[in-house]
Write a protein that binds this ligand. Structure first.
Ligand code: FES
Length: 211
């Protein structure tokens, strides 16, 4: 175990552990969307989990614990970066919470509240994404206009089943998550597993109700 300091708190943790995990475990909340606990290769794609270490901003999910680490999670610079990251995510997200099945269980809503931001912040232009439900998968519906492209569903499916049934498709602002056949597993595997749906921090995936 090694000692580190996070804000005014002195804590100990196993060397090599993930800083974001350790902070969350110790009751220090850092906004995050793309990280999950068992993730062996964090992609740092949402850019929300900024902290300050020795005056430099760094994504907490990419930092491993080392002795003497001094971390600041709530400086004005950290909050500025987190608000910019959230603004970018919201610019490509269809804000229609009333009609979303994840309403009130949505991480975007929670993070916006934590950062004291509205869900429709100025001044970024809105990037419209396709609003049609992608129903190509035999039992999971995908709502691309709600997806924040955190990639958790893809990584979790790959960790769980080897060859994932989901993948990123397209480039730049046209990037979407797509189901490609079943990635070698059966419809029943997806029906029973549902880890991608549980991992989605917003309302982009939903198990289809039988007709
Ligand atoms: Fe660290 Fe997304 S949780 S960048």
């Amino acid at each position: 175990m090694v000692a580190l300091q996070v804000n005014d708190l002195k804590i100990t943790a196993r060397q090599g552990r993930n800083l974001l995990s350790v902070c969350l475990e110790n009751g220090i909340y850092i906004p995050h969307l793309c990280f999950f606990e068992e993730d062996r290769h964090p992609t740092a794609s949402c850019r929300l989990c900024f902290v300050e270490i020795q005056g430099a901003p760094v994504a907490a999910c990419t930092v491993t614990i080392s002795p003497g680490l001094q971390v600041w999670t709530d400086t004005p610079a950290v909050r500025r970066l987190q608000r910019s990251a959230l603004r970018l995510l919201l610019s490509a997200h269809d804000i229609d919470c009333k009609h979303c099945h994840a309403n009130r269980a949505c991480e975007l809503q929670n993070i916006a509240r934590f950062l004291k931001m509205g869900l429709k912040p100025d001044p970024l232009a809105h990037i419209a994404r396709p609003v049609e439900v992608d129903a190509r998968h035999p039992c999971i519906d995908h709502y691309p206009h709600r997806c924040v492209l955190c990639g958790k569903c893809v990584r979790i499916c790959r960790d769980q089943h080897g060859q994932p049934a989901l993948s990123f498709a397209g480039r730049g602002i046209d990037t979407v998550i797509r189901h490609y056949a079943l990635g070698g597993h059966t419809r029943q595997t997806c029906q029973d597993c549902r880890r991608c749906i549980e991992a989605c921090p917003v309302g982009a995936l939903k198990l289809r109700q039988p007709a």
